[in-house]
Design a binder for this molecule. Structure first.
Ligand SMILES: [Fe+2]
Length: 350
């Protein structure tokens, strides 16, 4: 399809021939048809970008031709020729997608300018649409790339945190997979406690990293086999503050700070480091207190043999209102034993 192709449709042979000569003289390749029906047929095979058509023709009118060719190719530029009596139809043709109309008798310059403009406008519309499509494709691609990158980043975060959690467990002798278990138990309670889904990530991070501050505790104290002296306890009890200082500088872990900082606070205010009481203690830390105690009792440690779930649960019930938030304890009791068992079993799988 050469851009200089034009289809001329007019039932008046003389007019058709004049138009033909006009367009020939300025370099158009002309296709000719003597009514609407023939015009559509010629259009189908030649696919010219531009059509000049009379409006009033026997058989298929210019308006019907306009509608037919636009159904075949929405980009085709159609200029209609009209007598003074038919201006209203010509204006209607614009609403149906004609580019322009020219009054008869035809002024040659006016016709050629209209044809030139129609071809240019058609080209512009096509380019604009292609550009739009290109942009849309790029947005789709970029959105997909971003989603993939975000997912990779999330995976990296998660595995980094898990590795860090395991590293902490390994250093703190005898608490193998402790972080992984308390993480599982805590999320199970959070579910029963109707903690909003939007808070679960921070809760998970806080629980996984609760003891990260132990990095700052000397091995001589952290790994000491016997009981700690009061002076050593004072140092050991600094680990929530050290943990807070470590992670509050990391933007994606900032939400875990309240849990790390408060994970040794007790409901009755007897905990440390700040001696917070009741609901002053962040909910995540109150949940952590329960699961940490439960895990300490139900998993073998060098200095204590694992207790059965029922014994551990009774002990936790006994301490509700003292160490533990009673409503969190209630939620904990709603977690089925089978789920607790499964979390414990999975925590030691490779
Ligand atoms: Fe701790």
């Amino acid at each position: 399809m050469a851009e200089k192709d034009i289809l001329i449709v007019d039932d008046d042979r003389q007019v058709r021939e004049v138009l033909h000569q006009i367009f020939l003289s300025v370099g158009y390749n002309c296709l000719l048809a003597n009514d609407g029906r023939e015009g559509v047929e010629v259009f189908k095979t030649g696919r010219p970008p531009l059509i000049v058509t009379d409006l009033k023709m026997p058989g298929m009118s210019g308006i019907e031709l306009l509608q037919s060719v636009r159904r075949i190719d929405g980009d085709v530029a159609v200029i209609v020729l009209t007598g003074a009596a038919d201006v209203k139809t010509a204006i209607d043709s614009l609403k149906l997608g004609a580019y322009d109309f020219i009054m008869k008798p035809v002024n040659v310059d006016e016709l050629l300018i209209a044809a030139e403009r129609a071809v240019e406008r058609r080209q512009l519309l096509i380019e604009r649409r292609e550009y739009q499509e290109l942009l849309e494709r790029r947005v789709v691609d970029a959105t997909r790339d971003l989603a993939e990158a975000y997912q990779r980043l999330q995976d990296t975060y998660r595995s980094t945190l898990e590795a860090l959690g395991s590293a902490l467990d390994t250093r703190d002798v005898g608490t193998e997979a402790h972080s992984r278990r308390v993480h599982g138990y805590a999320l199970a309670i959070a579910h029963e406690h109707s903690v909003p889904a939007s808070e679960l990530t921070d809760l998970g991070h806080g629980v996984l990293l609760h003891d990260i501050g132990k990095i700052g505790i000397p091995d001589g104290i952290l790994l000491k086999p016997g009981p700690l002296t009061p002076e050593e306890w004072k140092i050991m009890r600094r680990h929530p503050e050290i943990g807070k200082a470590l992670i509050e500088k990391i933007p994606f872990l900032r939400g875990a700070v309240p849990i790390v900082w408060a994970h040794h606070e007790k409901w009755d205010g007897s905990g440390y480091p700040r001696g917070l009481k009741g609901e002053e203690i962040p909910l995540g830390a109150r949940i952590f207190m329960v699961v940490d105690a439960f895990d300490a009792m139900t998993f073998d440690r060098p200095y204590s043999k694992a207790k059965p779930f029922d014994v551990a649960k009774a002990e936790i019930r006994r301490c509700a209102g003292a160490h533990f938030d009673p409503s969190v304890v209630e939620s904990f009791f709603r977690v089925p034993n089978a789920l607790l068992e499964e979390i414990r079993r999975k925590s030691v799988e490779p």
